[in-house]
Design a protein around this ligand. Structure first.
Ligand code: CUA
Length: 363
């Protein structure tokens, strides 16, 4: 029976590998699943599209999806044939109760037809899998931005994402946001991936495969979102404490809505004098060392907060962004996201309320 178990185990490993491999076709990885999904209180147009390689919404994801089914089909077929023969042998050729004669069965040596068959068939299978995989990788791994692509720099940080839209037509030439990537539908998006610290991995399964985000090395990847919606993703390379809390959100909208969003983001921060106290505290305390609010501070270590309240989530998608969560986050970030790099500044109640009120005006 040992062989039966070994055979089953190997076959199951093979199928599991086949399931994982196509999604990772062009990047190293360490996980095969994604963590908890956060739903928004302020959802964009269109559905929420879960991280699922079997639900593609763009050309890159679709090529990976098609390859996955081919590999799964071939490997599943092999699994059924091999397991079927093992079970057939075990059930029909086991020693019966009244079997007295336990001599070895007839031994077959050097059968040319059998040897040819079990050489040619696996060769053909490997050949088909190799060719289709290479063709898919070549189609997906572009070395230059597709024509007319929106170009965005993605910077992975422990444990959040920074997105820089660099475009001379934007007032100020650049828009910097965090954790929620807005893109227009039906236009290629070309991402330049960089890391500020350790290796992360960009992965929005419904749009494209994974791509590693490596310190001191620039990677590129691309996708085209075909339908409006919120696409969920996840850092896919273990990057210590809050790896699972490094969620990704891509919001795909009509080009006109995207342009409007970009204009809003390019505008200066709201300067509301009724929350001047909170702004002063923000500037005087350590907040301003890490966070940028255009015209107020220029910290680089943490998310840009110039238009914080235009986002749906806080702490890289870990919780919905609302006044209660925001206040609790400022009071003690470690409670919501243990291990994160934002400290509690031990503000008293009045200071906490003032800073929260100030941030709530940053629309
Ligand atoms: Cu970043 Cu895992």
């Amino acid at each position: 029976m040992n062989r039966l178990f070994t055979g089953s185990f190997l076959a199951m490993c093979f199928v599991a590998l086949a399931l994982c491999a196509p999604a990772n076709a062009h990047a190293a990885t360490d996980i095969c699943s994604t963590s908890a999904v956060v739903t928004s209180t302020n959802a964009p147009n269109g559905p929420t599209i879960l991280p699922n390689i079997f639900d593609p919404h763009g050309p890159a994801a679709r090529m990976i999806h098609d390859l996955s089914w081919l590999v799964l089909g071939i490997c599943g077929g092999l699994f059924v044939v091999v397991e079927g023969m093992i079970f057939y042998g075990v059930i029909f050729y086991r020693r019966k109760k009244n079997d007295k004669n336990v001599a070895d069965p007839r031994q077959v040596y050097g059968s040319n037809p059998v040897e040819i068959a079990w050489t040619i068939i696996p060769l053909l299978i490997v050949f088909v899998l190799t060719l289709t995989t290479v063709r898919t990788i070549r189609a997906i791994e572009l070395t230059e931005a597709p024509e007319g692509a929106l170009q965005v720099v993605v910077i992975g940080h422990q444990w959040w994402w920074e997105f820089r839209y660099i475009d001379p037509s934007i007032p100020g030439g650049e828009v910097v946001v965090a954790n929620e990537l807005h893109v227009p539908i039906n236009r290629p998006v070309w991402l330049r991936l960089e890391s500020a610290d350790v290796i992360h991995s960009w992965w929005v399964p419904a749009l494209a495969g994974k791509m590693d985000v490596i310190p001191n090395h620039t990677n590129h990847t691309w996708f085209t979102a075909e339908t409006e919606g919120l696409y969920l993703g996840q850092c896919a390379e273990y990057c210590v404490n809050q790896h699972a809390g490094m969620l990704l959100r891509v919001i795909a909208s009509k080009p006109v809505d995207f342009d409007a969003w970009l204009q809003t983001q390019a505008a200066p921060a709201v300067n509301d004098m009724t929350v001047a106290m909170g702004r002063d505290i923000f500037q005087e305390y350590a907040c301003s060392n890490c966070h940028t609010v255009k015209g107020v501070s220029d910290g680089q270590f943490a998310p840009d907060l110039t238009h914080l309240m235009s986002r749906q989530t806080i702490a890289s998608g870990v919780a919905p962004l609302d006044p209660t969560t925001l206040r609790a986050w400022i009071e003690n970030p470690q409670a919501l996201k243990p291990g994160c790099n934002m400290p509690s500044l031990q503000l008293d109640t009045q200071e906490l309320n003032a800073v929260t009120a100030y941030l709530l005006t940053l629309r």
